[in-house]
Design a protein around this ligand. Sequence first.
Ligand code: CAA
Length: 393
Amino acid sequence: MTVDAPVAEGSFDLELSEEQELVQRTARDWARERVLPLAGEIDEKAAVPRELVAEMAKLGFMGIDVPERWGGAGLDTLSYALVLEEVDRACASTGVILASHVSLACAPILRYGTDEQKDRFLAPLARGEKLGCFALSEPASGSDAAAMRTAARRDGDAWVLSGTKNFITNGAFADLTVVFAQTDPAKRHRGIVAFVVEKGTPGFSVGKLEKKLGIRGSDTAQLHFADVRVPDDHRLGEVGQGFAIAMSTLDGGRVGIAAQAVGIGRASLEDALAYAKEREAFGQRIADFQAIQGKLADMATEIDAARLLTWRAASMRDRGERYGPEAAMAKLFASDVAVRAARECVQIFGGYGYLRDYPAERHYRDAKITEIYEGTSEIMQLVIADDMLRAKG
Ligand code: CAA
């Protein structure tokens, strides 16, 4: 099916290419067979699924949108969104490990790194030999990212980093961190620089591991930088460009979180649908009650709408268009849909939905984070509104 009418600012083709369909099928089959059976245990034990990460590397997912020249699969953002939806439909912990690695670690090195940095840092990430993470947030600065306190001081041909980063997905296991630091607090965002810091660099250590409501099988760590000496050839982009690097990276990351939310929403719908067809009350399947049908119909409609917003943002990125506000719309809407779908899933399961024996409560706990990380829903509203207000003058 092709839609010619403009969708907001641009039109886009709703038909997946043969290659995209193949990627989607591959991800779906793998996630159903390998990830879904482990998802409950990964959550229960809060165990990072290292073996699934290795399998994702073999499938090419860890460098899915990185050109083949640097060890990636050379596919597009839409293919990436398709993979994430399938992985997250099975297990949101596995999904966020993949999303943080691809969107937040590989992407800024691909976009802002020199060829030498790409050979050295990006290629092993894209091949899945190494795991990456992104360190922006700090104990006292989350939404107000420009207020970071981690300091970068120039010392000869190197930099000395000192400070603490918070809420870092993959932080404990990552081999490589894209980290942001401030050279001069008076300059606010114009003083920020981005660096690549490798595991094992003296002074760099992993601190507290967070205990979380959901996505319990992904690690969330504090990272400490105690006078960490980083050579200048580990700097990404120019001095003062770090904030723009972080923000443009997050634009892409938000497409990934929107796809994750669609996956969690779909898990909620599919599990609720299956249960409603089995469970009987008052002498009939609960699926035969209009009250349940109304919930299922709303879930399906909203998930489809969220997917379309996500695909639009992904397609705009693939065409090289400015897509930040559309990515924010996709994340804002899809995360809200995921939370609502998961809540209705619990409701349809009734008392069983509240028990750990069934996946409904996991979806509910996993869905919530999509409204918070990589920019809260309130920050998404700000990004969308700011763009409208600027455009109207
Ligand atoms: N791309 C490129 N540049 C951008 C940009 C973008 N998307 N957005 C803003 N900028 C540039 C602006 O053009 C401006 O540049 P100039 O000064 O040269 O004109 C500069 O950045 C400052 O812009 P703002 O004045 O809009 O900046 P602000 O300080 O008011 O902040 C904000 C804007 C939208 C609130 C931003 O701080 C933000 O997105 N905050 C949320 C941070 C976030 O998402 N954190 C999540 C961390 S990752 C995570 O969740 C953990 C994990 O591991 C999963």
